[in-house]
Write a protein that binds this ligand. Structure first.
Ligand code: GLN
Length: 452
């Protein structure tokens, strides 16, 4: 049924880089046999899931949206994928994304652009744009994305779906193509908070193969989604929420502000206290992120050298082979990031850029710590706007970067954040972002669930 839906919608949405028809049908048949054999089924038995193409899937092409990995098929599954499969999930295909996660509109994919199912002339967001559009178009029941600076949450907001960026270290990144390793996280996109909770629960938890993975007990994320009694009209009594004032003013579309204010009022009706809070270092987050993320990227991307994987363009000798391979294999935005990062890390500039950005990162962490000691979660828009037109920002990378202002700080602090659709602005979805303390996913999911 889902493959039929993909065949029907894919010509206009184009959210896939690879539809894994054959292996999906095989996995589904294996579930059928398990049912016939009376075997116990996992929590995701038969559920069709799309996977962002920067996550390695055994036997299925995994390009990360880059031409440099055009013919790369990994010999192993990322831990997150292995765990989803063990829970019965059917991997239906690989979803389009900005090259190696670098971008906010999926227009930086080395292959093709993806349309927003709400309006095919608009971007789905990015970098996990295919993952979000696939859920919104009903092509997959849920999907995996990765979030380094907002790449799960921003496309979830643009496509009107749920997206969760977990706490740094909760979900193993073994098998995720590294962009900025101190920020990268894998997380779910889904039609509902409950679906996101189930997918998260199936893949979270310690993994020896990822040295940054935390030894944290994984709760049942679905256990407290609903109030104990349906008759309770104030199920959030005692909950304290902080509305981040820096995200509600200048530069934010009035329609977005209105939708977030309505969401805050809804929380008050349910018994929560909502107060404005300030994060003084908020505005420094974006420049710090765009120093740190490219710096880490410039180091991580050095592995694509024409020797180890993917594309090789022959040259007269080794360095010319490196140069030609990287010149032809990488797109313009990836080259820009490598240049920015290499510059920021170079000996004479290290103190002026990288070191200062790390200091800002500490300030941002302290800001969050201080407000989260007084509030259970923080509220903000996810993006200052709704989905924009395809091509609108491609000529001006800085205008694209500015759109990440509300999401990057959360990565710099390593915190979890949930995005839930909370309303429309001129017919396009607006996502509410809920930020919580480290490993506070269960409470964020409970708070997000009230919009369903
Ligand atoms: N848009 C941001 C960037 O280009 C975030 C990307 C991401 O989270 N992968 O870096």
């Amino acid at each position: 049924e889902y493959l039929e839906r993909v065949a029907k919608t894919e010509p206009s949405v184009r959210s896939f880089l690879h539809v894994a028809e054959e292996s999906a049908l095989e996995q589904a048949a294996a579930i059928d046999r398990a049912i016939e054999g009376g075997k116990a089924l996992g929590p995701l038995a038969g559920v069709p899931i799309g996977v962002k193409d920067n996550i390695c899937t055994k036997g299925l092409p995994s390009t990360g949206g880059s031409r440099i990995l055009e013919n790369f098929t990994p010999p192993y599954d990322a831990t997150a994928i292995a765990r989803l499969k063990a829970a019965g999930a059917v991997i239906i295909g690989k979803m389009n994304c900005d090259e190696f996660g670098m971008g906010s509109s999926t227009e930086n994919s080395g292959y093709h652009i993806t349309a927003n199912p709400w309006d095919l002339t608009r971007v789905p967001g990015g970098s996990s744009g295919g993952s979000a559009a696939g859920v919104a178009a009903g092509q997959v029941m849920a999907s995996l994305g990765s979030d380094t600076g907002g790449s799960i949450r921003q496309p979830a907001s643009f496509c009107g779906v749920v997206g969760l960026k977990p706490t740094y270290g909760l979900v193993s990144r073994y098998g995720l193509m590294a962009y900025a390793s101190s920020l990268d996280c894998i997380g779910p996109l889904a039609n509902s908070v409950e679906d996101a909770a189930i997918v998260l629960g199936a893949m979270a938890g310690h993994d020896e193969a990822d040295s940054t993975s935390e030894k944290q007990k994984v709760p049942d994320y679905t256990a407290n989604l609903r109030p104990a009694s349906e008759l309770d009209s104030r199920p959030l009594a005692g909950v304290r929420l902080g509305l981040i004032s820096e995200t509600m003013g200048e530069g934010v579309d009035p329609g977005v502000v209105t939708a977030i204010q309505a969401a805050a009022a809804h929380y008050e009706q349910l018994g929560a206290v909502v107060e404005e809070v300030s994060l003084p270092s908020f505005r420094q987050g974006l420049p710090a992120y765009y120093v740190l993320a490219p710096s880490e990227a410039s180091s991580n991307l050095s592995r694509y050298d024409g020797v180890r994987y993917g594309l090789r363009v022959e040259g007269d000798e080794l360095t010319s082979m490196y140069g030609k391979t990287r010149d032809q294999g990488f797109g313009a935005e990836v080259k820009r990031r490598i240049l920015m990062g290499t510059y920021a890390l170079s000996a004479g500039y290290y103190d002026a850029f990288y070191k200062r950005a790390q200091q800002v990162r500490t300030l941002i962490q302290r800001d969050f710590q201080s407000v989260l000691s007084k509030y259970d979660a923080l509220l903000s828009p996810t993006v200052p706007t709704t989905a924009y037109q395809i091509g609108e920002k491609t000529e001006d990378p800085l205008s694209m970067y500015v759109g990440d202002i509300m999401t990057v700080n959360v990565n710099l602090a390593g915190l979890p954040a949930l995005v839930v659709p909370c309303g429309l602005d001129q017919g396009l979805p607006v996502g509410l972002q809920l930020v919580g303390p480290a490993f506070g996913e269960a409470e964020l999911l409970r708070l997000g669930h009230v919009f369903e």
